[in-house]
Write a protein that binds this ligand. Sequence first.
Ligand code: ADP
Length: 256
Amino acid sequence: MFTLGVDIGSTTSKAVILKDGQEIRATSLIGAGTGTDGPGRAIEAVLAAGSLKPEEITAVYATGYGRKLLKNADGEMSELSCHARGVHHLLPEVRTIIDIGGQDAKVLSLGADGRMTEFLMNDKCAAGTGRFLDVMAGILQLRIEDLEKQAALSKQIVKISSTCTVFAESEVISQLANGVEIPDLVAGICQSVASRVAALAKRVGVKETVCMSGGVAKNGGVRKAMEQELGLKITHSPMAQLMGALGAALYAYDKS
Ligand code: ADP
């Protein structure tokens, strides 16, 4: 039996097909989120990747910011529940999830059974989210996937002192005008996101093992800065950005 989870985010659409509630049959990721054709394309892509026809899918669950917009879904579930479920399925030892997406950041505490016991969220401010990184990458004319490489070349981190994205933008531009090295600036940008979200994590209370989920988890520069901020090792999964969709596919399996 195949179930499908679709995570309709602010910037990306993700889909996961699960076989018998256990094995990941196929995944897809489209760089267009809610209000676009991204969700439809993510579903087409995941079906093609799994060599499946729509009628072979027993149940579909939606999650993410745009989850209510998915027509023909059998149900929907919050991103918090889906990330917790997806992470617990793949990494049962995890007790703290730091999820940084395109427009918000969340920290979740999990019990040994994978149930969420506490959470905190920042959805009020772009600083400490993927949006901050996207804006900065734009100014520096770098691709978002190249920030990690650049941060790794840093010799002396340039700290970003502005806490507001708009002011930080001006700060980065003036640092560029001062001839600061790009890698040092990128390391500072990654550190700025990590320190904001680490503060949120400390308020929740950090229990090991800690993992990051969401698209920003792909950025090794932020992962490394987060490890330094929290003084512990962060577990990383190549499925980090797909955890919500995986959780939705697991909820779809429960209902099928
Ligand atoms: P949402 O669900 O809100 O659409 P995601 O969890 O998909 O958000 O995360 C999107 C963010 O992830 C982007 O804003 C970007 O900063 C970051 N991101 C996406 N792809 C990559 C990548 N390949 N490398 C580094 N960061 C990435």
